[in-house]
Write a protein that binds this ligand. Structure first.
Ligand SMILES: [Fe+2]
Length: 224
């Protein structure tokens, strides 16, 4: 006996789906390590018009960060540098700490890891490679639902990405984040740009695979 197959119904084509508009670029002011006289003493609002987000990579006075959020109508997210112990008593007002956390801004996923290489027990913002690796693993478990990271904000650089002396040594475990979570941008500070070797490196911009690592000492204006 010949089997008769039921014909599948043909669904009418629905209304056309409008294309998803491309995301508007986010303008970021990234700051680190040196309070810029250009900003603090000679602030020109025109130059910072259109800034959507301020990111601090650490080692800046709390009053400077509070000043930035007062002058620029944008949220400020920060991590600790190794000299920011005073934030505990006098935190930057109107700013949000993202140290050890993952957050989102306008669909951009941002994670923060402050502190630098060291093992001074009196300084809670110094970490050995092993301790920082634990923090990276914790961050990666928080990121597991969506592993892609847009911006990684740290105080110290990754090992071999513009780091110098033992004290200004970068963390090897940050390469784990480069490899697994592929941040588009890695913003860091801790080193003065003139400490980088070679004219290109002195620009403080390094390409590591798909990640652009940028030394934000002073300030940087970046679009993403
Ligand atoms: Fe530092």
């Amino acid at each position: 006996m010949q089997m008769m197959w039921k014909q599948r119904p043909v669904w009418p084509p629905g209304p056309p789906i409008p294309p998803i508009p491309p995301r508007k670029p986010v303008r970021i002011l990234a700051v680190s390590d040196e309070e810029s006289k250009f900003i603090w003493e000679h602030f020109d609002p025109e130059l910072f018009r259109g800034v959507d987000l301020i990111l601090s990579c650490g080692d800046l006075k709390a009053s400077y960060l509070s000043y930035l959020v007062t002058m620029i109508p944008a949220p400020l997210l920060y991590v600790y540098g190794n000299h920011d112990g005073a934030y505990d008593r006098n935190p930057p007002l109107g700013c949000q700490c993202i140290d050890g956390a993952v957050t989102e801004f306008q669909g951009i996923r941002i994670a923060g890891l402050g502190g630098c290489m060291g093992d001074d027990p009196a300084n809670p913002y110094q970490f050995t490679e092993e301790k920082m690796e634990k923090r990276v693993r914790k961050l990666q478990s928080d990121l597991r639902r969506s592993r892609k990271l847009d911006i990684l904000v740290t105080h110290a650089p990754a090992a071999g990405v513009g780091d110098t002396s033992a004290f200004h040594q970068g963390f090897r475990c940050f390469h784990q984040l480069y490899r697994d979570n592929v941040p588009t941008l890695h913003l860091f500070g801790h080193l003065h740009r003139q400490n980088h070797h070679g004219p290109e490196a002195r620009q403080g911009v390094f390409q590591v695979g798909a990640t652009r690592a940028v030394n934000c000492t002073g300030y940087r204006l970046i679009e993403l």
